[in-house]
Design a protein around this ligand. Sequence first.
Ligand SMILES: Nc1ncnc2c1ncn2[C@@H]1O[C@H](COP(=O)(O)OP(=O)(O)OP(=O)(O)O)[C@@H](O)[C@H]1O
Length: 299
Amino acid sequence: MNFLHRNRWKLESVDLFVQAAVMHKSGAGGERQPLIHTREHQLLFNIDLSIKSGEWVFIVGTNGSGKSTLARLLAGLGQPRVSGVMTSATGASFAPLVTQNPEAALVGMTPEEDAILLLEQLAVPPEEMASRIDAAMRITGLTEWMKQPIAQLSGGQKQLAAIAGCIASEADALIVDEPTAMLDPHASTAVMAALRELHRRGTTIVWVTQRLEELIEGDRVVAMKDGRITFDGSTEHFYIRSSKKSPCEEAGLDATYVVETVWELQQSGVALEPPMPLTASSLAKAVSSYAQQRQPACP
Ligand SMILES: Nc1ncnc2c1ncn2[C@@H]1O[C@H](COP(=O)(O)OP(=O)(O)OP(=O)(O)O)[C@@H](O)[C@H]1O
């Protein structure tokens, strides 16, 4: 069934509450004993968010802004109390969540065995497994390592192994929570490339990150602050200073070096076209075309 252009998730005025432990001291008779009771605590406020099937969405925000809580809610994990309306596309498969610590999710001894165990859990017929696993290993570039003990893989390869299992499951959506947080730039690029390829094949991707250099032109960005969505739009608009501050600054995040440079140029009166180049190469192109336009025409 093709879910393209239908809502994979639609959240309307969603609030999320959890029971959180509260420590306090009792002082009868002077002794100080910690007592613990639980109290309801609101983590998400008035979330309105529609994610279309086949979309790629970045969720960004500072520590504690509510990104992981939202990601877990989309993945259907935990048992928080939720008010408001949340719907998923009819017939949509489950949405696996990959976190920054893949070891917590890997149960097999090798990437291949891990994928087999997941597919067994999903009751995939044995005759389908090999082809699905081979395809997943190809997309993640793990074919060579699929029979290696997981303990002998690098952090990036472990992350790719967790993602390979999700790919083999053929879930229509994948949620990744800061998957590159503990990886070096090379491994981060490999993880990003594997997921961009999966997205190209039609999978909905929700990517939680604080690394703004991962956002590129045309991506959709949802910014969070204090459990609320403060911005939902394109990467370019995320950095535009239409009022005093850009949505990026409103969310308390530091822009990338390229964007900081564009802002400095704008403050010096250099109006670039397009107004918000996001990569070093597009900035270089915008600066050179600005310089050419200002050169006096040859007689
Ligand atoms: N089960 C829970 N009980 C009580 N408070 C919680 C619970 N889970 C999360 N919180 C609180 O909710 C807030 C949002 O947490 P969340 O993990 O969603 O933030 P985050 O944006 O993902 O942060 P980070 O980037 O540090 O991972 C934090 O203040 C956190 O302490």
